[in-house]
Design a protein around this ligand. Structure first.
Ligand code: F6R
Length: 618
């Protein structure tokens, strides 16, 4: 939530600071788009700010109308509102006494701090918690004119979550950042340095980056980066190289990032599988630096995640339990720690997250660690907090996911979770090597099969456009088709703002069937008839039950499955694969359906209303 960019370059004022920051905000806009703002510092000309409610385009228009001065340092912010309406006044930066501050997170003790400042005669102009920080930093700076020290002093007084960036009009070659439970990474340039909520903020300029730890303060000048803790003790930050480039974060000719990312899925799955076996074909998950004895002793796995990532966890549960005979629970991360979960040192807690920053998931990881569990992160974003705080990480290689609604990350999370399940089965001797090899071969065939689904998506797109006025769509599935149904419903809700529900097909008769009335569209995810026969025939019966009540049935079925045709108004076929791997194919038509229908309604599929990509508040 909220995107943050900082830049400092040569002593010579120029347009580059503004350009870099606007470019960074463009790439970070998926994190929030309620308002945007920048602050520039130039020698002599001190501080200049511009901010505007709404999307970044509004700020750009404002700057085009009222040009800003050449500068040496800049900070920029794109907001997902927490405190105060998304208007011009509440937009960041917030300025006090020559200091400009931008903030991602929530200052939970802001009311107390605000009361203290008001008692001292400070007048507030906005409703935000961030303005409190700006006044506090300005007051600390007035006592000791050292911006780094001022931010450290203030950071120690704040409760809640924050990434803060600050500049001062008197110091044109310094940007200071502080982080507590919110993300911040450093980009290392030549004669210039960068700060960003994630690496996409500066990927157009550098792929060399530094990962900051919890409770650290960073000061960047054109030639130096200094990192300390909140007490001022110097700390070593881990250096890393970003393994994708600016082109990967562009639309590449597609009309939306979402459309592009749906089409990236064959590559995302292939890349997540790449390099995971040795020359003998044995699975090697080098990144999993957890003692093998610990993994052998695991007697329960708990997956913690939110939204789409949690549905990936639900799919993984079926596979891991089947392959490893270890019980797997899937828990929404925000529910996990509040219900006193039963976890101990023999529990493996697997956190699944595209961003690696979801606060609910991070808190669940921390809680699991406190209980003595081993924690493993399945994460897409390098340099993020969840893998850093977990005992081990298994990275998905989906590349940058910019559209707010998750697509390729979902498929690569499922793929990585399958690798984990197979690895545990190999380690614990639950499966013979040739059985594992067979599943891996099937997995390697999946990217081509996803491509086939994409190539034949014309019909699903056509139906989606016809259904642009639909008020409600239901989704049914059984077994691994159940989380696919829930994911199909989530995509439609968040992209097209249509009421949608995903149900376990067997649950229908226990209530939801009352929703069926003539014409009600229902997607049904049908398992392979070559799998467990009872599963297939049960869902065929479910289709007949809803059809008898007038539902319009839109069926996702395996190629060659003719049994469903008599009961389906529309059949979208996917290539054959084994039952457990089928979600990697079956979800794709549902993603395309939601994306196309939302586009037909004229909606922005990359930035749906009220949402943000990286949910860094609880
Ligand atoms: C839905 C979606 C969200 C995320 C959820 C977790 O399309 O994108 O439901 O899956 O907010 O985010 P990460 O994976 O970053 O932890």
């Amino acid at each position: 939530m909220c995107g943050i960019v900082g830049y400092v370059g040569s002593q010579q004022p120029s347009g580059r600071p503004l350009e870099v920051v606007l470019e960074g905000l463009r790439r970070l806009e998926y994190r929030g788009y309620d308002s945007a703002g920048v602050a520039l510092v130039s020698p002599g000309a001190s501080l200049a700010t511009a901010k505007k409610a709404g999307k970044l385009a509004n700020l750009v228009e404002e700057i085009d109308t009222h040009p800003m001065p050449a500068a040496t340092a800049a900070i920029g912010h794109t907001r997902w509102a927490t405190h105060g309406a998304p208007n011009d006044v509440n937009a960041h930066p917030h300025v006090s006494g020559g200091v400009a501050v931008i903030h991602n997170g929530i200052v939970e003790n802001f009311a107390t701090l605000k009361a203290e400042l008001e008692a001292a005669g400070v007048a507030f102009t906005s409703e935000t918690d961030t303005e409190v920080v700006a006044h506090l930093v300005a007051r600390a700076y007035a006592q000791t004119p050292d911006l780094t020290q001022a931010l450290r002093t203030v950071a120690q007084r704040l409760h809640g979550t924050f990434t803060l960036l600050a500049v001062h009009g008197d110091d044109p070659t310094t940007v200071v950042g502080a982080r507590h439970d919110s993300p911040l990474v450093v980009g290392l340039g030549d004669g210039e340095n960068f700060l960003g909520s994630d690496v996409s903020a500066f990927i157009a300029s550098t792929r060399d980056a530094l990962e900051l730890g919890q409770d650290q303060v960073v000061t960047i000048t054109p030639t130096e980066v200094t990192v300390t803790d909140f007490d001022g003790t110097p700390v070593e930050a881990r250096r890393f190289t970003v393994d994708w480039d600016a082109a990967a974060a562009e639309k590449g000719g597609f009309r939306s990032f979402m459309d592009k990312e749906i089409h990236d899925q064959p590559q995302a799955v292939a890349d997540t599988l790449l390099g995971r076996t040795d020359t003998t074909g044995r699975l090697v998950l080098d990144e999993l630096r957890i003692d093998e004895a610990v993994l052998r002793a695991v007697d329960k796995i708990v997956v913690v995640a939110c939204g789409t990532a949690a549905y990936a966890g639900h799919v993984a549960k079926y596979a891991i339990e089947h392959w490893c005979r270890i019980p797997v629970e899937v828990e929404l991360a925000h529910e996990f720690r509040y219900r006193d979960p039963v976890v101990d040192e023999r529990t493996l807690v697997v956190a699944v997250s595209q961003s690696g920053e979801t606060m609910d998931t991070l808190m669940a990881v921390r809680h699991a660690k406190e209980q003595g569990a081993t924690t493993l992160a399945i994460v897409n974003t390098h340099g993020s907090t969840i893998p850093r705080e977990s005992d081990a990480a298994l990275y998905t290689h989906a590349g940058p996911e910019i559209a707010v609604a998750s697509t390729k990350a979902f498929l690569s999370q499922i793929t990585a979770a399958y690798l984990l399940g197979l690895y545990l089965a190999q380690l614990r001797g639950n499966k013979y090597a040739d059985e594992i090899g067979q599943v891996l071969d099937e997995l390697r065939a999946i990217p081509d099969k996803i491509q086939q689904v994409l190539d034949r998506a014309g019909r699903v797109r056509e139906i989606a456009r016809w259904m642009a006025d639909t008020q409600s769509v239901l989704f049914l599935g059984r077994h691994v088709g159940y989380p696919v149904a829930m994911e199909g419903a989530l995509k439609l809700k968040e992209l097209a703002y249509i009421h949608a529900e995903g149900f376990a097909a067997g649950e229908l008769k226990h209530g939801p069937i009352a929703l069926i009335e003539p014409g009600q569209p229902v997607f049904v995810v049908v398992p392979s008839p070559r799998g467990r026969d009872s599963l297939h025939s049960k869902i065929v019966s479910n289709i007949q039950e809803i059809r008898a009540r007038g539902a319009r049935t839109l069926v996702i079925a395996e190629e060659g499955d003719e049994t469903v045709r008599p009961y389906a108004d529309e059949v979208f076929t996917v290539p054959q694969t084994s039952t457990l791997l089928a979600p990697l194919l079956a979800v794709v038509p549902l993603q395309i359906f939601a994306c196309e229908l939302a586009t037909a309604k004229g909606l922005d599929v990359d930035q749906p209303r009220n949402l943000a990509k990286s949910v860094t508040v609880e």
